[in-house]
Design a protein. Structure first.
Length: 630
Protein backbone atom coordinates (compact mmCIF):
# COMPACT_ATOMS: atom_id res chain seq x y z
CA UNK A 1 0.00 0.00 0.00
CA UNK A 2 2.83 2.35 0.72
CA UNK A 3 4.35 1.83 -2.72
CA UNK A 4 0.98 2.35 -4.40
CA UNK A 5 0.47 5.68 -2.67
CA UNK A 6 3.97 6.86 -3.59
CA UNK A 7 3.43 5.92 -7.21
CA UNK A 8 0.10 7.76 -7.30
CA UNK A 9 1.76 10.86 -5.87
CA UNK A 10 4.45 10.73 -8.53
CA UNK A 11 1.95 10.48 -11.36
CA UNK A 12 0.05 13.51 -10.06
CA UNK A 13 3.08 15.75 -10.46
CA UNK A 14 2.72 18.14 -13.43
CA UNK A 15 6.14 17.22 -14.85
CA UNK A 16 5.88 13.48 -14.31
CA UNK A 17 6.73 11.52 -17.44
CA UNK A 18 7.47 7.83 -16.86
CA UNK A 19 8.98 5.80 -14.00
CA UNK A 20 9.96 2.20 -13.38
CA UNK A 21 7.76 0.72 -10.63
CA UNK A 22 9.27 -2.02 -8.45
CA UNK A 23 6.85 -4.41 -6.81
CA UNK A 24 7.43 -4.19 -3.08
CA UNK A 25 5.28 -7.14 -1.95
CA UNK A 26 7.85 -9.78 -2.85
CA UNK A 27 11.05 -7.79 -3.13
CA UNK A 28 13.38 -8.70 -0.20
CA UNK A 29 15.48 -5.60 -0.85
CA UNK A 30 12.62 -3.15 -0.61
CA UNK A 31 14.53 -1.02 1.88
CA UNK A 32 17.68 -0.64 -0.21
CA UNK A 33 16.71 -0.16 -3.83
CA UNK A 34 19.31 1.18 -6.20
CA UNK A 35 18.59 4.76 -7.17
CA UNK A 36 17.55 5.15 -10.81
CA UNK A 37 16.88 8.45 -12.50
CA UNK A 38 13.47 8.70 -14.15
CA UNK A 39 13.56 8.45 -17.91
CA UNK A 40 14.15 11.82 -19.44
CA UNK A 41 10.99 13.53 -20.67
CA UNK A 42 10.35 12.67 -24.28
CA UNK A 43 12.46 9.52 -24.38
CA UNK A 44 9.81 7.04 -23.27
CA UNK A 45 7.00 8.03 -25.60
CA UNK A 46 3.73 6.25 -26.22
CA UNK A 47 3.11 2.83 -27.67
CA UNK A 48 -0.22 1.42 -28.78
CA UNK A 49 -3.40 2.64 -27.17
CA UNK A 50 -2.80 5.08 -24.26
CA UNK A 51 -6.07 3.87 -22.72
CA UNK A 52 -4.61 0.37 -22.32
CA UNK A 53 -3.29 0.00 -18.74
CA UNK A 54 -1.09 -2.98 -19.65
CA UNK A 55 2.66 -2.60 -19.53
CA UNK A 56 3.97 -2.70 -23.08
CA UNK A 57 7.47 -3.20 -24.34
CA UNK A 58 9.45 -0.18 -25.54
CA UNK A 59 12.59 -1.33 -27.34
CA UNK A 60 15.85 0.25 -26.36
CA UNK A 61 16.84 0.28 -30.00
CA UNK A 62 20.28 0.85 -31.46
CA UNK A 63 22.89 3.40 -30.33
CA UNK A 64 21.79 7.01 -30.77
CA UNK A 65 18.12 6.03 -30.92
CA UNK A 66 16.00 8.55 -28.96
CA UNK A 67 14.72 6.05 -26.39
CA UNK A 68 18.26 5.09 -25.29
CA UNK A 69 19.70 8.41 -24.10
CA UNK A 70 22.22 6.94 -21.64
CA UNK A 71 23.35 3.82 -23.48
CA UNK A 72 27.00 4.85 -23.46
CA UNK A 73 27.04 6.75 -20.18
CA UNK A 74 28.13 3.69 -18.19
CA UNK A 75 28.84 0.01 -18.73
CA UNK A 76 27.32 -1.72 -21.78
CA UNK A 77 24.01 -3.57 -21.45
CA UNK A 78 25.39 -6.51 -19.46
CA UNK A 79 23.03 -6.76 -16.46
CA UNK A 80 21.21 -10.07 -16.10
CA UNK A 81 17.63 -10.38 -14.86
CA UNK A 82 16.25 -13.22 -12.68
CA UNK A 83 15.21 -16.07 -14.97
CA UNK A 84 16.44 -14.22 -18.03
CA UNK A 85 15.92 -15.92 -21.41
CA UNK A 86 17.00 -14.77 -24.84
CA UNK A 87 17.98 -13.19 -26.98
CA UNK A 88 14.94 -13.70 -29.16
CA UNK A 89 14.57 -13.01 -32.83
CA UNK A 90 15.00 -9.29 -32.35
CA UNK A 91 17.75 -9.54 -29.76
CA UNK A 92 15.30 -8.99 -26.90
CA UNK A 93 15.56 -10.55 -23.43
CA UNK A 94 12.64 -11.65 -21.24
CA UNK A 95 12.04 -12.92 -17.73
CA UNK A 96 11.10 -16.64 -18.12
CA UNK A 97 9.17 -15.78 -21.29
CA UNK A 98 7.61 -12.99 -23.27
CA UNK A 99 4.24 -13.46 -21.58
CA UNK A 100 5.80 -12.92 -18.14
CA UNK A 101 7.83 -9.76 -18.52
CA UNK A 102 10.65 -7.89 -20.17
CA UNK A 103 14.24 -7.76 -18.91
CA UNK A 104 15.67 -4.26 -18.61
CA UNK A 105 19.37 -5.03 -19.05
CA UNK A 106 20.37 -1.52 -18.04
CA UNK A 107 19.22 -2.17 -14.49
CA UNK A 108 18.81 -5.96 -14.30
CA UNK A 109 15.16 -5.56 -13.24
CA UNK A 110 12.16 -7.38 -14.66
CA UNK A 111 9.32 -5.21 -15.94
CA UNK A 112 6.32 -7.49 -15.46
CA UNK A 113 3.29 -7.69 -17.72
CA UNK A 114 -0.14 -7.16 -16.19
CA UNK A 115 -1.16 -10.13 -14.06
CA UNK A 116 2.42 -10.98 -13.06
CA UNK A 117 4.55 -9.75 -10.20
CA UNK A 118 7.70 -10.69 -8.30
CA UNK A 119 11.38 -10.30 -9.02
CA UNK A 120 11.19 -12.76 -11.92
CA UNK A 121 7.52 -12.07 -12.87
CA UNK A 122 6.45 -15.66 -12.06
CA UNK A 123 4.07 -14.74 -9.23
CA UNK A 124 0.38 -14.18 -10.00
CA UNK A 125 -1.13 -10.91 -8.87
CA UNK A 126 -3.94 -11.21 -6.30
CA UNK A 127 -7.42 -11.39 -7.83
CA UNK A 128 -7.18 -14.49 -9.97
CA UNK A 129 -7.08 -12.52 -13.23
CA UNK A 130 -3.91 -14.05 -14.61
CA UNK A 131 -5.56 -16.93 -16.42
CA UNK A 132 -8.18 -14.62 -17.86
CA UNK A 133 -5.55 -12.15 -19.07
CA UNK A 134 -3.50 -14.90 -20.71
CA UNK A 135 -6.57 -16.26 -22.49
CA UNK A 136 -7.45 -12.79 -23.78
CA UNK A 137 -3.99 -12.48 -25.34
CA UNK A 138 -4.45 -15.53 -27.52
CA UNK A 139 -8.22 -15.73 -28.11
CA UNK A 140 -10.22 -13.05 -29.93
CA UNK A 141 -14.01 -12.84 -29.92
CA UNK A 142 -15.77 -11.50 -33.01
CA UNK A 143 -18.68 -9.12 -32.61
CA UNK A 144 -22.03 -9.85 -34.30
CA UNK A 145 -22.20 -8.46 -37.81
CA UNK A 146 -19.04 -6.48 -37.06
CA UNK A 147 -21.30 -4.02 -35.17
CA UNK A 148 -23.05 -3.06 -38.44
CA UNK A 149 -20.62 -0.18 -38.88
CA UNK A 150 -22.55 1.54 -36.12
CA UNK A 151 -20.22 0.94 -33.19
CA UNK A 152 -16.87 -0.37 -32.02
CA UNK A 153 -16.13 -4.00 -31.27
CA UNK A 154 -14.46 -5.09 -28.03
CA UNK A 155 -12.61 -8.12 -29.37
CA UNK A 156 -11.82 -9.30 -25.87
CA UNK A 157 -15.49 -9.78 -25.02
CA UNK A 158 -17.19 -9.82 -28.42
CA UNK A 159 -19.58 -7.05 -27.32
CA UNK A 160 -20.39 -4.00 -29.45
CA UNK A 161 -20.20 -0.49 -28.02
CA UNK A 162 -22.88 1.22 -30.11
CA UNK A 163 -22.90 4.85 -31.22
CA UNK A 164 -25.43 7.17 -29.54
CA UNK A 165 -27.89 6.79 -32.42
CA UNK A 166 -27.70 2.96 -32.56
CA UNK A 167 -28.78 0.11 -30.31
CA UNK A 168 -29.05 -3.66 -30.36
CA UNK A 169 -26.47 -6.42 -29.94
CA UNK A 170 -25.05 -5.69 -33.39
CA UNK A 171 -25.86 -1.93 -33.37
CA UNK A 172 -28.13 -2.41 -36.36
CA UNK A 173 -31.19 -0.75 -34.85
CA UNK A 174 -31.58 2.99 -34.94
CA UNK A 175 -32.50 4.52 -31.62
CA UNK A 176 -35.14 6.70 -33.23
CA UNK A 177 -35.78 5.04 -36.55
CA UNK A 178 -37.67 7.92 -38.12
CA UNK A 179 -34.75 10.40 -37.67
CA UNK A 180 -31.22 9.10 -38.12
CA UNK A 181 -29.44 11.56 -35.81
CA UNK A 182 -32.09 11.64 -33.10
CA UNK A 183 -30.95 10.37 -29.67
CA UNK A 184 -34.09 11.08 -27.66
CA UNK A 185 -37.64 10.75 -28.93
CA UNK A 186 -41.19 9.62 -28.37
CA UNK A 187 -42.94 7.24 -30.69
CA UNK A 188 -43.53 10.00 -33.22
CA UNK A 189 -41.47 13.08 -32.27
CA UNK A 190 -37.71 13.66 -31.98
CA UNK A 191 -36.81 15.45 -28.77
CA UNK A 192 -33.02 15.75 -29.00
CA UNK A 193 -30.39 15.34 -31.71
CA UNK A 194 -26.74 14.36 -31.51
CA UNK A 195 -24.19 17.05 -30.73
CA UNK A 196 -23.91 19.60 -33.51
CA UNK A 197 -27.55 19.22 -34.62
CA UNK A 198 -30.87 20.64 -33.47
CA UNK A 199 -34.51 19.62 -33.93
CA UNK A 200 -36.21 21.66 -36.61
CA UNK A 201 -39.70 22.27 -35.18
CA UNK A 202 -41.29 22.52 -38.62
CA UNK A 203 -39.95 19.24 -40.04
CA UNK A 204 -39.05 17.31 -36.86
CA UNK A 205 -35.68 16.49 -38.48
CA UNK A 206 -32.14 17.00 -37.19
CA UNK A 207 -30.48 19.97 -38.88
CA UNK A 208 -26.73 20.65 -38.66
CA UNK A 209 -25.52 23.66 -36.68
CA UNK A 210 -23.10 24.27 -39.56
CA UNK A 211 -25.86 26.29 -41.19
CA UNK A 212 -24.90 29.06 -38.76
CA UNK A 213 -21.13 28.45 -38.77
CA UNK A 214 -18.90 25.40 -39.42
CA UNK A 215 -17.55 25.85 -35.87
CA UNK A 216 -20.94 26.03 -34.18
CA UNK A 217 -21.05 23.30 -31.53
CA UNK A 218 -24.52 23.81 -30.05
CA UNK A 219 -27.46 25.61 -31.56
CA UNK A 220 -31.21 25.96 -31.66
CA UNK A 221 -33.70 26.90 -34.30
CA UNK A 222 -32.97 30.57 -33.62
CA UNK A 223 -29.17 30.59 -33.84
CA UNK A 224 -25.81 29.31 -32.65
CA UNK A 225 -25.34 28.94 -28.90
CA UNK A 226 -21.68 27.86 -28.53
CA UNK A 227 -18.59 27.54 -30.73
CA UNK A 228 -15.58 25.20 -30.76
CA UNK A 229 -12.47 24.64 -32.86
CA UNK A 230 -13.03 22.03 -35.57
CA UNK A 231 -9.65 20.51 -34.69
CA UNK A 232 -11.33 19.07 -31.59
CA UNK A 233 -13.57 16.92 -33.79
CA UNK A 234 -10.50 14.90 -34.86
CA UNK A 235 -11.65 14.78 -38.48
CA UNK A 236 -8.11 15.39 -39.74
CA UNK A 237 -6.61 13.18 -37.04
CA UNK A 238 -8.71 10.03 -37.43
CA UNK A 239 -11.37 10.69 -40.06
CA UNK A 240 -14.92 11.98 -40.08
CA UNK A 241 -17.83 10.36 -38.28
CA UNK A 242 -21.18 10.08 -39.99
CA UNK A 243 -22.39 13.11 -38.05
CA UNK A 244 -19.39 15.29 -39.02
CA UNK A 245 -19.85 17.85 -41.77
CA UNK A 246 -17.18 18.32 -44.49
CA UNK A 247 -14.36 20.61 -43.42
CA UNK A 248 -14.33 24.06 -45.05
CA UNK A 249 -11.36 24.88 -47.26
CA UNK A 250 -9.63 27.11 -44.72
CA UNK A 251 -9.74 24.30 -42.12
CA UNK A 252 -8.70 21.65 -44.63
CA UNK A 253 -5.64 23.71 -45.58
CA UNK A 254 -4.86 24.80 -42.01
CA UNK A 255 -1.22 24.29 -41.03
CA UNK A 256 0.12 23.14 -37.68
CA UNK A 257 3.59 23.29 -36.17
CA UNK A 258 3.79 19.52 -35.63
CA UNK A 259 3.04 16.60 -37.94
CA UNK A 260 1.17 13.56 -36.68
CA UNK A 261 0.40 10.28 -38.37
CA UNK A 262 -3.19 9.52 -39.26
CA UNK A 263 -4.98 8.00 -36.29
CA UNK A 264 -2.42 9.30 -33.79
CA UNK A 265 -3.35 9.02 -30.10
CA UNK A 266 -0.85 11.75 -29.15
CA UNK A 267 -2.70 14.39 -27.09
CA UNK A 268 -0.48 17.11 -28.56
CA UNK A 269 -2.68 16.93 -31.64
CA UNK A 270 -5.02 19.29 -29.80
CA UNK A 271 -2.36 21.69 -28.47
CA UNK A 272 -3.00 24.28 -31.19
CA UNK A 273 -6.78 24.27 -30.88
CA UNK A 274 -8.08 27.82 -30.57
CA UNK A 275 -10.73 29.24 -28.28
CA UNK A 276 -13.69 30.55 -30.28
CA UNK A 277 -16.37 32.90 -29.06
CA UNK A 278 -19.80 33.73 -30.39
CA UNK A 279 -20.03 37.15 -32.02
CA UNK A 280 -22.88 39.08 -30.38
CA UNK A 281 -25.75 40.22 -32.55
CA UNK A 282 -24.78 43.83 -31.86
CA UNK A 283 -21.29 43.36 -33.34
CA UNK A 284 -22.32 43.26 -36.99
CA UNK A 285 -25.46 42.76 -39.01
CA UNK A 286 -23.60 40.66 -41.61
CA UNK A 287 -21.60 37.42 -41.24
CA UNK A 288 -17.90 37.73 -40.49
CA UNK A 289 -16.79 36.23 -43.80
CA UNK A 290 -18.65 38.86 -45.80
CA UNK A 291 -16.23 41.52 -44.50
CA UNK A 292 -13.02 39.42 -44.47
CA UNK A 293 -10.23 41.16 -46.42
CA UNK A 294 -6.50 40.80 -47.06
CA UNK A 295 -4.49 44.03 -47.37
CA UNK A 296 -1.18 44.87 -49.04
CA UNK A 297 0.93 47.96 -48.38
CA UNK A 298 2.91 49.85 -51.01
CA UNK A 299 1.07 49.00 -54.22
CA UNK A 300 1.08 52.72 -55.01
CA UNK A 301 4.59 53.34 -53.63
CA UNK A 302 3.18 54.88 -50.48
CA UNK A 303 2.17 53.82 -46.99
CA UNK A 304 -1.45 53.21 -47.97
CA UNK A 305 -3.09 49.79 -47.92
CA UNK A 306 -4.95 48.11 -50.76
CA UNK A 307 -7.49 45.54 -49.59
CA UNK A 308 -9.42 42.83 -51.38
CA UNK A 309 -11.94 40.20 -50.34
CA UNK A 310 -10.49 37.07 -48.74
CA UNK A 311 -12.33 33.71 -48.55
CA UNK A 312 -13.16 32.67 -44.98
CA UNK A 313 -15.71 30.26 -43.49
CA UNK A 314 -16.28 32.13 -40.21
CA UNK A 315 -19.79 33.51 -39.89
CA UNK A 316 -20.65 33.94 -36.20
CA UNK A 317 -17.77 32.08 -34.50
CA UNK A 318 -14.42 33.83 -34.19
CA UNK A 319 -11.83 35.50 -31.96
CA UNK A 320 -9.33 38.36 -32.11
CA UNK A 321 -6.74 36.15 -33.75
CA UNK A 322 -3.68 33.99 -33.43
CA UNK A 323 -0.94 35.80 -35.37
CA UNK A 324 1.76 34.11 -37.42
CA UNK A 325 3.85 34.54 -40.54
CA UNK A 326 2.46 32.81 -43.61
CA UNK A 327 5.82 31.09 -44.22
CA UNK A 328 8.72 30.22 -41.89
CA UNK A 329 11.22 30.84 -44.70
CA UNK A 330 11.59 33.52 -47.38
CA UNK A 331 14.23 34.08 -50.06
CA UNK A 332 14.77 37.09 -52.30
CA UNK A 333 17.37 38.13 -54.87
CA UNK A 334 19.59 40.99 -53.79
CA UNK A 335 18.67 43.03 -56.88
CA UNK A 336 14.91 42.75 -56.25
CA UNK A 337 14.89 45.94 -54.21
CA UNK A 338 12.34 44.70 -51.70
CA UNK A 339 10.55 41.68 -50.29
CA UNK A 340 6.91 41.24 -49.35
CA UNK A 341 6.19 39.45 -46.06
CA UNK A 342 2.70 38.43 -44.97
CA UNK A 343 1.31 38.15 -41.44
CA UNK A 344 -2.02 36.39 -41.02
CA UNK A 345 -4.44 36.05 -38.15
CA UNK A 346 -6.97 33.32 -37.57
CA UNK A 347 -10.38 33.73 -35.98
CA UNK A 348 -12.20 35.43 -38.83
CA UNK A 349 -11.06 38.97 -37.96
CA UNK A 350 -13.35 39.42 -34.96
CA UNK A 351 -12.56 42.85 -33.52
CA UNK A 352 -9.46 45.03 -33.97
CA UNK A 353 -5.93 43.96 -33.03
CA UNK A 354 -2.41 45.39 -33.34
CA UNK A 355 1.17 44.21 -32.88
CA UNK A 356 4.76 45.12 -33.73
CA UNK A 357 7.46 43.28 -35.63
CA UNK A 358 11.24 43.47 -35.22
CA UNK A 359 14.14 42.83 -37.57
CA UNK A 360 17.07 40.82 -36.23
CA UNK A 361 20.27 40.72 -38.29
CA UNK A 362 21.82 37.26 -38.50
CA UNK A 363 24.52 37.80 -41.14
CA UNK A 364 23.08 40.94 -42.74
CA UNK A 365 23.81 44.52 -41.69
CA UNK A 366 21.70 47.71 -41.83
CA UNK A 367 23.39 48.34 -45.17
CA UNK A 368 21.77 45.20 -46.62
CA UNK A 369 18.16 45.54 -45.49
CA UNK A 370 15.88 48.13 -43.89
CA UNK A 371 12.97 47.12 -41.64
CA UNK A 372 10.53 49.17 -43.75
CA UNK A 373 10.26 50.69 -47.21
CA UNK A 374 11.25 54.28 -47.91
CA UNK A 375 7.69 55.58 -47.56
CA UNK A 376 7.25 54.59 -43.91
CA UNK A 377 9.19 53.84 -40.76
CA UNK A 378 6.36 52.25 -38.81
CA UNK A 379 6.76 48.62 -37.76
CA UNK A 380 3.29 48.48 -36.25
CA UNK A 381 0.68 46.27 -37.92
CA UNK A 382 -2.90 47.43 -37.40
CA UNK A 383 -5.56 44.80 -38.07
CA UNK A 384 -8.95 46.48 -38.36
CA UNK A 385 -12.09 44.37 -37.84
CA UNK A 386 -12.40 41.97 -40.76
CA UNK A 387 -8.73 42.22 -41.78
CA UNK A 388 -7.24 38.71 -41.69
CA UNK A 389 -3.96 39.28 -43.56
CA UNK A 390 -1.44 42.13 -43.90
CA UNK A 391 1.37 42.03 -46.48
CA UNK A 392 4.12 44.64 -46.02
CA UNK A 393 7.45 45.27 -47.71
CA UNK A 394 11.03 45.57 -46.52
CA UNK A 395 13.71 47.35 -48.55
CA UNK A 396 16.67 45.29 -49.81
CA UNK A 397 19.85 47.25 -50.66
CA UNK A 398 22.02 45.84 -53.47
CA UNK A 399 25.68 46.65 -52.87
CA UNK A 400 26.99 45.00 -56.09
CA UNK A 401 29.73 43.24 -54.14
CA UNK A 402 30.42 39.55 -54.58
CA UNK A 403 29.65 37.86 -51.26
CA UNK A 404 27.82 34.89 -49.79
CA UNK A 405 24.08 34.78 -49.19
CA UNK A 406 22.98 36.62 -46.07
CA UNK A 407 20.08 36.09 -43.68
CA UNK A 408 17.98 38.07 -41.27
CA UNK A 409 15.05 37.16 -39.03
CA UNK A 410 11.70 38.84 -38.47
CA UNK A 411 9.94 38.44 -35.13
CA UNK A 412 6.42 39.26 -34.06
CA UNK A 413 5.88 40.82 -30.65
CA UNK A 414 2.98 39.97 -28.40
CA UNK A 415 -0.18 41.77 -29.59
CA UNK A 416 -1.24 44.85 -27.68
CA UNK A 417 -3.93 44.51 -25.05
CA UNK A 418 -7.34 45.48 -26.45
CA UNK A 419 -8.60 48.95 -25.64
CA UNK A 420 -12.17 48.53 -26.89
CA UNK A 421 -15.21 47.47 -24.86
CA UNK A 422 -16.12 44.42 -26.94
CA UNK A 423 -15.13 42.00 -24.19
CA UNK A 424 -13.33 39.56 -26.52
CA UNK A 425 -10.20 37.80 -25.28
CA UNK A 426 -6.86 39.36 -26.33
CA UNK A 427 -5.08 38.19 -29.47
CA UNK A 428 -2.09 35.86 -29.12
CA UNK A 429 0.97 34.72 -31.06
CA UNK A 430 1.03 31.44 -32.93
CA UNK A 431 3.94 29.01 -33.11
CA UNK A 432 5.15 30.55 -36.38
CA UNK A 433 5.88 33.93 -34.80
CA UNK A 434 9.24 34.34 -36.53
CA UNK A 435 10.55 33.79 -40.05
CA UNK A 436 14.02 33.58 -41.61
CA UNK A 437 14.73 35.57 -44.78
CA UNK A 438 17.67 34.77 -47.07
CA UNK A 439 19.06 37.47 -49.36
CA UNK A 440 20.53 35.70 -52.39
CA UNK A 441 23.69 37.28 -53.78
CA UNK A 442 23.36 37.66 -57.56
CA UNK A 443 26.75 39.16 -58.43
CA UNK A 444 28.37 35.93 -59.64
CA UNK A 445 27.00 36.49 -63.18
CA UNK A 446 27.40 40.26 -63.23
CA UNK A 447 30.54 42.37 -63.81
CA UNK A 448 32.37 43.26 -60.61
CA UNK A 449 34.52 46.37 -60.37
CA UNK A 450 37.29 44.95 -58.19
CA UNK A 451 37.78 41.97 -60.54
CA UNK A 452 37.76 43.87 -63.85
CA UNK A 453 41.18 45.25 -64.83
CA UNK A 454 43.19 47.37 -67.28
CA UNK A 455 44.93 45.33 -69.98
CA UNK A 456 48.72 45.96 -69.88
CA UNK A 457 48.55 48.70 -67.24
CA UNK A 458 52.31 49.34 -67.32
CA UNK A 459 52.27 50.14 -71.05
CA UNK A 460 49.21 52.31 -70.64
CA UNK A 461 50.87 54.49 -68.01
CA UNK A 462 53.97 55.05 -70.16
CA UNK A 463 52.06 56.46 -73.14
CA UNK A 464 52.78 60.07 -73.81
CA UNK A 465 51.76 62.40 -76.57
CA UNK A 466 50.90 65.96 -77.31
CA UNK A 467 47.83 68.02 -76.54
CA UNK A 468 44.99 67.19 -78.88
CA UNK A 469 46.05 63.56 -79.29
CA UNK A 470 43.56 60.75 -78.71
CA UNK A 471 44.64 58.08 -76.26
CA UNK A 472 43.21 54.55 -76.05
CA UNK A 473 43.62 51.61 -73.72
CA UNK A 474 41.70 48.40 -73.05
CA UNK A 475 39.92 47.00 -70.01
CA UNK A 476 38.72 43.47 -69.35
CA UNK A 477 35.21 43.06 -67.87
CA UNK A 478 35.18 40.17 -65.38
CA UNK A 479 32.10 38.59 -63.80
CA UNK A 480 31.78 37.78 -60.13
CA UNK A 481 32.56 34.12 -60.80
CA UNK A 482 35.97 35.12 -62.21
CA UNK A 483 35.09 34.50 -65.86
CA UNK A 484 35.42 37.34 -68.41
CA UNK A 485 31.99 38.49 -69.54
CA UNK A 486 29.41 41.25 -69.81
CA UNK A 487 26.22 41.90 -67.89
CA UNK A 488 23.54 39.60 -69.41
CA UNK A 489 20.84 42.18 -68.69
CA UNK A 490 22.96 45.00 -70.20
CA UNK A 491 22.33 47.13 -67.10
CA UNK A 492 25.97 47.61 -66.12
CA UNK A 493 27.72 50.61 -67.70
CA UNK A 494 31.46 51.33 -67.77
CA UNK A 495 32.07 55.09 -67.51
CA UNK A 496 35.43 56.77 -68.12
CA UNK A 497 36.30 60.15 -66.54
CA UNK A 498 39.44 62.28 -66.34
CA UNK A 499 40.71 65.55 -64.92
CA UNK A 500 44.00 67.48 -64.98
CA UNK A 501 45.73 67.20 -61.63
CA UNK A 502 47.38 70.66 -62.00
CA UNK A 503 43.90 72.25 -62.15
CA UNK A 504 42.66 70.59 -58.97
CA UNK A 505 42.94 73.45 -56.48
CA UNK A 506 39.70 72.53 -54.74
CA UNK A 507 39.78 72.08 -51.00
CA UNK A 508 36.37 70.40 -51.01
CA UNK A 509 35.48 66.80 -51.44
CA UNK A 510 36.68 64.96 -54.54
CA UNK A 511 33.10 64.45 -55.68
CA UNK A 512 32.91 68.17 -56.61
CA UNK A 513 35.76 68.06 -59.20
CA UNK A 514 35.09 69.03 -62.81
CA UNK A 515 35.33 65.81 -64.78
CA UNK A 516 35.62 65.17 -68.50
CA UNK A 517 34.02 62.11 -70.02
CA UNK A 518 35.61 59.62 -72.37
CA UNK A 519 34.05 56.78 -74.33
CA UNK A 520 33.98 53.06 -73.57
CA UNK A 521 33.00 50.67 -76.36
CA UNK A 522 33.42 47.03 -77.31
CA UNK A 523 36.76 46.38 -78.94
CA UNK A 524 35.11 44.65 -81.89
CA UNK A 525 36.78 41.27 -81.58
CA UNK A 526 35.38 37.89 -80.62
CA UNK A 527 35.76 38.64 -76.92
CA UNK A 528 32.74 40.81 -76.07
CA UNK A 529 34.15 41.43 -72.59
CA UNK A 530 37.17 43.31 -73.97
CA UNK A 531 36.43 47.04 -74.01
CA UNK A 532 38.34 50.00 -75.48
CA UNK A 533 38.51 53.30 -73.61
CA UNK A 534 39.14 56.47 -75.66
CA UNK A 535 39.76 60.05 -74.52
CA UNK A 536 41.35 63.24 -75.85
CA UNK A 537 43.97 65.29 -74.08
CA UNK A 538 42.87 68.83 -74.74
CA UNK A 539 46.02 70.39 -73.35
CA UNK A 540 49.28 69.47 -71.69
CA UNK A 541 49.33 68.24 -68.12
CA UNK A 542 49.20 65.23 -65.85
CA UNK A 543 45.85 63.51 -66.16
CA UNK A 544 44.11 61.31 -63.65
CA UNK A 545 41.88 58.81 -65.45
CA UNK A 546 39.26 56.54 -63.86
CA UNK A 547 36.93 53.89 -65.21
CA UNK A 548 33.85 53.31 -63.09
CA UNK A 549 31.33 50.48 -63.23
CA UNK A 550 27.82 51.86 -62.82
CA UNK A 551 24.62 50.00 -62.02
CA UNK A 552 21.17 51.57 -62.12
CA UNK A 553 19.01 51.47 -59.04
CA UNK A 554 20.11 54.15 -56.61
CA UNK A 555 22.78 56.37 -55.11
CA UNK A 556 25.33 55.49 -52.48
CA UNK A 557 24.20 57.00 -49.20
CA UNK A 558 26.66 57.66 -46.38
CA UNK A 559 24.84 58.24 -43.08
CA UNK A 560 26.59 60.10 -40.27
CA UNK A 561 25.56 60.36 -36.64
CA UNK A 562 26.30 64.11 -36.57
CA UNK A 563 25.27 67.16 -38.54
CA UNK A 564 28.67 67.74 -40.24
CA UNK A 565 29.07 64.71 -42.53
CA UNK A 566 31.64 63.27 -40.18
CA UNK A 567 34.01 66.26 -40.40
CA UNK A 568 35.23 68.05 -37.27
CA UNK A 569 36.82 71.48 -36.94
CA UNK A 570 39.43 70.48 -34.39
CA UNK A 571 40.71 67.37 -36.15
CA UNK A 572 42.06 66.53 -39.58
CA UNK A 573 40.65 63.00 -39.52
CA UNK A 574 37.13 62.44 -40.79
CA UNK A 575 34.65 60.24 -38.95
CA UNK A 576 33.47 57.15 -40.81
CA UNK A 577 29.76 56.97 -41.63
CA UNK A 578 27.55 54.99 -39.29
CA UNK A 579 25.85 53.35 -42.24
CA UNK A 580 26.58 53.01 -45.96
CA UNK A 581 24.01 51.61 -48.37
CA UNK A 582 22.56 51.95 -51.85
CA UNK A 583 19.32 53.95 -51.74
CA UNK A 584 16.87 53.46 -54.59
CA UNK A 585 14.89 56.42 -53.27
CA UNK A 586 16.25 59.57 -51.66
CA UNK A 587 13.46 59.86 -49.16
CA UNK A 588 13.25 60.23 -45.40
CA UNK A 589 10.06 59.21 -43.67
CA UNK A 590 10.10 58.40 -40.00
CA UNK A 591 7.92 58.69 -36.97
CA UNK A 592 9.26 59.06 -33.43
CA UNK A 593 12.23 56.71 -33.81
CA UNK A 594 15.64 57.35 -35.32
CA UNK A 595 15.92 57.96 -39.06
CA UNK A 596 18.45 55.15 -39.35
CA UNK A 597 20.27 52.83 -36.92
CA UNK A 598 22.76 54.88 -34.92
CA UNK A 599 21.18 58.27 -35.62
CA UNK A 600 20.81 60.72 -32.73
CA UNK A 601 19.09 64.09 -32.55
CA UNK A 602 21.47 65.41 -35.24
CA UNK A 603 22.23 63.55 -38.45
CA UNK A 604 23.53 64.11 -41.96
CA UNK A 605 23.57 62.12 -45.17
CA UNK A 606 25.72 62.39 -48.29
CA UNK A 607 24.58 60.72 -51.49
CA UNK A 608 26.98 60.15 -54.36
CA UNK A 609 26.69 58.59 -57.78
CA UNK A 610 25.63 59.44 -61.29
CA UNK A 611 22.24 60.75 -62.38
CA UNK A 612 20.84 60.15 -65.84
CA UNK A 613 18.44 62.96 -66.81
CA UNK A 614 15.29 62.06 -68.67
CA UNK A 615 16.00 64.74 -71.30
CA UNK A 616 19.09 66.59 -72.52
CA UNK A 617 19.65 69.97 -70.92
CA UNK A 618 20.18 71.57 -67.52
CA UNK A 619 18.80 69.62 -64.59
CA UNK A 620 17.87 71.20 -61.28
CA UNK A 621 18.00 69.28 -58.02
CA UNK A 622 15.97 70.44 -55.03
CA UNK A 623 15.37 69.27 -51.48
CA UNK A 624 11.83 69.45 -50.15
CA UNK A 625 11.09 69.22 -46.45
CA UNK A 626 7.67 68.27 -45.12
CA UNK A 627 7.10 68.33 -41.36
CA UNK A 628 3.91 67.04 -39.81
CA UNK A 629 3.34 67.86 -36.15
CA UNK A 630 1.11 65.48 -34.23
Amino acid sequence: MRMASVLAALLLLPSAAAFRAINSSTDPLVGSHAVFEPYETGYVGYYGDPANPSAERLNEGSPYSPDTPRIFFSAPLQQSCPGMVGPGRNGEFYCFGREYGYCDRRSGLCVCNEGHTGLDCTTCQPGGLLAERILLRYFVESCPNDCSRGGECDYATGICACEPTRRGADCSQRFCAFVEKCVSCTSTVCLKCVEGFYVDPSTQSCVSCARYDPRCLRCSSTGCLACADLQLNSVRRSGARRIDQPLPDDERLREFSQAFVYGSQDPRVFDEAESFTLAPASYSSSPLNESSVACTQGDNADAGWTCSSYPESHRVCGHRGVFSFVSPLYAIAEAAGGITVTVQRSGGGLGPAALLYDLEHVTTTPGDVSPTMFYTSSQRLEFAPGVVSLAFKLQIHDDHNLESNKTFRLRLREPFAPTDALGFAPATLGNQWRTLVTVLDDDALRPVANLSFVVSPAATLLKGGAAGDTMTFQIQSVLGNGIPGRDPSSEAVFLMTSYIEEDDYSTGAAVFRTLRLGTVAQSGGVDVSLLTCTWMRERAGNYSVAVQLLYPGGLRGEYFGDAWLGETFDSTSAVSPVLTRIDRHVNFTWNTGSAFPGAQSHLSVRWSGWLKPLITGPTMLAVKQMTVCL
